[in-house]
Design a protein around this ligand. Structure first.
Ligand SMILES: NC(=O)C1=CN([C@@H]2O[C@H](COP(=O)(O)OP(=O)(O)OC[C@H]3O[C@@H](n4cnc5c(N)ncnc54)[C@H](O)[C@@H]3O)[C@@H](O)[C@H]2O)C=CC1
Ligand SMILES: N[C@@H](CC=O)C(=O)O
Ligand code: NA
Length: 438
């Protein structure tokens, strides 16, 4: 059988990795796919040929539309990133009857509903395993491996750059900006790294995971998103003293009132496996009603780990092309006409526990005012840590861990605490999840 012909858009971190992995493992991959897979045409604005041995034998255009319109090509692999022209390229590929593989979570989270509809109408596949959790086969695991379950909740460390930064700050006391620069040099970060540190990238990925887990359309605009740029080394140290790690977590849970969809820094008990996922590694914890808790772990970013997921999708598409084209796994796991309109819960209605750090003047009665404010709102306290004031200082940090309460009640309590005469600065609030999957 003739090899499947692939057009590769982008020859950067992931595009380069895809080119190299496909070449290096060609024989093994062909044995799995049932036929050869050949990149015949690529597009890039710029690329480094010294990192791509063999690229000289392939046509490389600077106009990606030339590849998408190339009649010889069966599968377009979009590894350019961003919204435009990625969206136009993907829609044109679909219109031309080509299957698409992409690692572009921003594109899928914001325009996936439209793209999948176009693909459905045209009878082609759009595969996006690399868009979530890099090399971890998490889309396949949730969509296919857990198909028997009602998913109850999922929690993930789904941004490699952010996790790398938090880990280096904690373990080596390094500065935020310095670690971010290293993540960029290693090819982990997005073209605009605020997507990583402000949680937008994780929110894209969570949006996709929640759709696949709960059978709802992609709703990025309803995802609560908070980044890690305000986390201080002090918070990391205080959390450690109390037995917790701070992780940037994406969390989604089905409740009777709606679906929680939120990304924010989160305290997690340090005995949990997921609290010990460090560096660029990602992990997703998924709780199904039948299977119970399951945990998926692997490199969340980087050239070849991400290429591993891209190539797996190319193999999947090749198998479908070669076998029964009607028998396909639906894009969002549930049949398109069976997606549910379960609402996404507003953040004020979401319940979590909290870590609060206050800066109090070292005066009698301050702490009792704070505990009264919490008690009036039925917010119970799990632990209090009052640090000694530094030599000659009149301000003391006070750390409070609370039990679960709604975000709305906590917002009111924080406003009342900040209004107290002897409380200085803003209260730092980090949500806390026990992630007890038993
Ligand atoms: N870097 C990583 O670890 C991961 C990246 N991704 C996603 O993969 C995609 C690609 O990311 P990277 O490889 O890191 O980006 P990159 O910046 O390293 O590479 C982008 C490539 O696209 C080319 N390009 C950009 N605009 C173009 C245009 N208009 N026409 C033709 N070529 C164009 C560039 O010349 C370059 O070769 C993004 O959607 C990103 O979010 C997903 C998972 C992990
Ligand atoms: N910038 C992303 C790349 C992978 O999705 C990350 O750091 O996780
Ligand atoms: Na993946």
């Amino acid at each position: 059988m003739k090899p499947v012909k692939v057009g590769l858009l982008g020859l950067g971190t992931v595009g380069g990795g895809t080119f190299n992995v496909l070449r290096r493992n060609a024989e093994e991959i062909a044995r799995r796919a049932g036929r050869g897979i050949e990149i015949v045409h690529a597009a890039a604005r710029e690329y480094d040929p010294t990192r791509l041995p063999g690229i000289e034998g392939i046509q490389v255009s600077d106009d990606a539309f030339k590849v998408v319109d190339d009649p010889d090509i069966d599968i377009i692999v979009e590894l350019i990133g961003g919204y435009s022209p990625a969206k136009e390229l993907v829609l044109r590929a679909i219109e031309n009857g080509k299957h698409v593989v992409t690692a572009n979570k921003a594109l899928i989270a914001l325009h996936g509903n439209e793209i999948f509809k176009a693909a459905q109408d045209k009878g082609v596949m759009v595969a996006f395993e690399a868009a979530v959790g890099g090399g971890i086969p998490i889309i396949k695991a949730v969509r296919e491996g857990l198909a028997a379950n009602q998913i109850e909740w999922l929690a993930g460390i789904i941004n490699g750059t952010g996790n790398f930064i938090l880990t280096e700050m904690r373990d080596k006391g390094r500065e935020f900006a310095d670690v971010l620069a290293e993540a960029q040099a290693l090819g982990y970060a997005e073209a605009d790294p605020t997507f990583d540190v402000e949680g937008i990238d994780a929110a894209h990925k969570l949006t996709i995971l929640a759709s696949i887990a709960f059978g709802v359309p992609l709703q990025f605009d309803k995802t609560y998103t908070e980044g890690i740029s305000n986390i201080t080394r002090d918070d990391v140290a205080y959390a450690g003293e109390l037995g917790y790690r701070i992780k940037h977590l994406g969390f989604s849970r089905r409740t009777p009132k709606g679906i929680e969809l939120r990304v924010h820094p989160t305290l997690i008990p340090e005995r949990r496996l997921i609290a010990n996922v460090d560096g660029v590694m990602n992990a997703v914890l998924v709780k199904g009603d039948a299977v119970g808790p399951t945990l998926y772990y692997g490199a969340g970013a980087g050239s070849e780990p991400t290429a591993s997921a891209v190539v797996a999708d190319i193999v999947d598409v090749t198998r479908v092309l070669t076998a029964d084209p009607e028998n396909r796994v639906p894009h969002l796991a549930f049949q398109p006409d069976a997606l549910s309109d379960t609402p996404i819960l507003p953040m004020e209605a979401v319940e979590t526990a909290y870590y609060l750090r206050l800066c109090a003047q070292d005066k009698p009665g301050v702490l009792s005012d704070v505990t009264r404010i919490l008690a009036e709102r039925e917010i119970s306290i799990e632990a209090i840590l009052q640090k000694e004031p530094a030599e000659g200082a009149t301000r003391v940090p006070v750390i409070i861990l609370t039990h679960r309460v709604t975000e709305g009640a906590m917002n009111e309590a924080i406003a009342a605490i900040e209004a107290l005469q002897h409380i200085e600065d803003k209260v730092t609030r980090i949500r806390l999840e026990h992630l007890d999957a038993s």
